[in-house]
Ligand binder design. Structure first.
Ligand code: GRG
Length: 309
């Protein structure tokens, strides 16, 4: 069977100009993130925070958050502080993940990692600073037309997604699994549902909550985001094998080198692509209820499975 990098999309999704949408949304997010940190005394920490936050990146998480807010009937302005917070949390997790005590990486987003430039001590603090700022901006910068109980729900969900019940828990099991070749599919799913899918889910669901999502909306958004979360990680594992350092902006082939159990190591590359494909189809189905309004989120799901970095 020939493995292709793309698969059929529904008619409306195919007509949608995803690349110009992504470009425009990336610019909006970059601008908002740039405005969110001013360099004051002690300059070193603000510079270290800005270094990683503004180093590029696809901005998938904030874009998902904004798109969900719009689909549910909210605006970009209502969701932008939450979208920025999600990118800050994601960036801090990358800074900490790259530290010698964790994955020990020299490159990220095409640049030297934070600790390579600022030292391990400042890199840890830059991550901490971003994490604290994320919550500060959701609480203080969400516009007044968003009811405060929605803001509280967002803070609760973000906290849960990044703590021991989310990213931190997934990272602990990932670290424990290092060097073990008998990792089960159940453990692998646990790691990635927590390390990767939990934050993507929070971005989507929080974007919806900001806009006034009902409990039925939240259920649909949860199923959509769990599917794209797993698809995202399967593709990440494939790209570690098929991508180059230049394309990925970080070291390639790390999983093989560390003999890590990954989706392609369990299923093979072709089967892994098919599974990612099916997850994207399932994710898109969850949003059919919203008709044309769901097209950006459906196109983003396809992007996640077709990306090359
Ligand atoms: C959150 C308190 C707290 C601590 C961090 C280190 C850690 C705990 C967790 C690791 C989380 C991690 C690095 C998960 C990997 C997620 C992933 C697939 C990252 C790649 O995301 P992309 O492709 O990257 O969206 P860009 O650079 O485009 O943003």
């Amino acid at each position: 069977m020939v493995v292709t990098n793309s698969f059929p999309k529904p008619a409306e999704t195919a007509k949608f100009n995803l690349s110009s949408y992504l470009k425009q949304r990336q610019q909006l997010c970059d601008q908002a993130l740039d405005n969110s940190i001013t360099v004051v005394y002690p300059e070193k920490i603000y510079e270290a925070m800005r270094y990683s936050l503004l180093a590029g990146g696809k901005r998938v998480r904030p874009i998902l958050c904004l798109a969900t807010s719009e689909m549910i009937g909210g605006t970009i302005e209502m969701a932008m502080p939450t979208a920025c917070a999600a990118e800050m949390i994601h960036t801090m997790s990358l800074i900490h993940d790259d530290l010698p005590a964790m994955d020990n990486d020299d490159y990220r987003r095409g640049k030297l990692t934070n600790h390579k430039v600022y030292g391990e001590d400042v890199a840890i603090l830059a991550g901490d600073g971003l994490l604290a700022l994320a919550f500060e901006i959701v609480a203080s910068k969400t516009p007044d037309n968003v009811p405060k109980d929605r803001v509280l729900q967002v803070i609760t969900r973000l906290g849960k997604a990044l703590g021991a019940a989310g990213l931190v828990g997934g990272q602990v099991v990932d670290l424990d699994s290092e060097g073990k070749t008998d990792i089960s599919l159940e453990t692998l799913n646990f790691i990635h549902n927590h390390k990767t899918a939990a934050l993507l889910e929070a971005c989507v669901v929080c974007g919806g909550i900001i806009a006034g999502a009902s409990s039925e909306d939240v259920q649909r958004l949860t199923r959509y985001s769990q599917n794209i979360g797993l698809a995202f990680q399967i593709i990440d594992d494939i790209l570690d094998i098929t991508g180059t350092q230049e394309e990925l902006g970080k070291s390639a082939g790390k999983d093989l080198q560390a003999q890590k159990v990954t989706y392609p190591s369990l299923w093979g590359i072709e089967e892994s692509r098919l599974k990612a494909q099916q997850l994207v189809i399932d994710a898109c189905k969850e949003l059919e209820y919203y008709g044309e309004k769901a097209v950006p989120l459906q196109a983003l799901a396809h992007f996640i499975a077709n990306r090359n970095n």
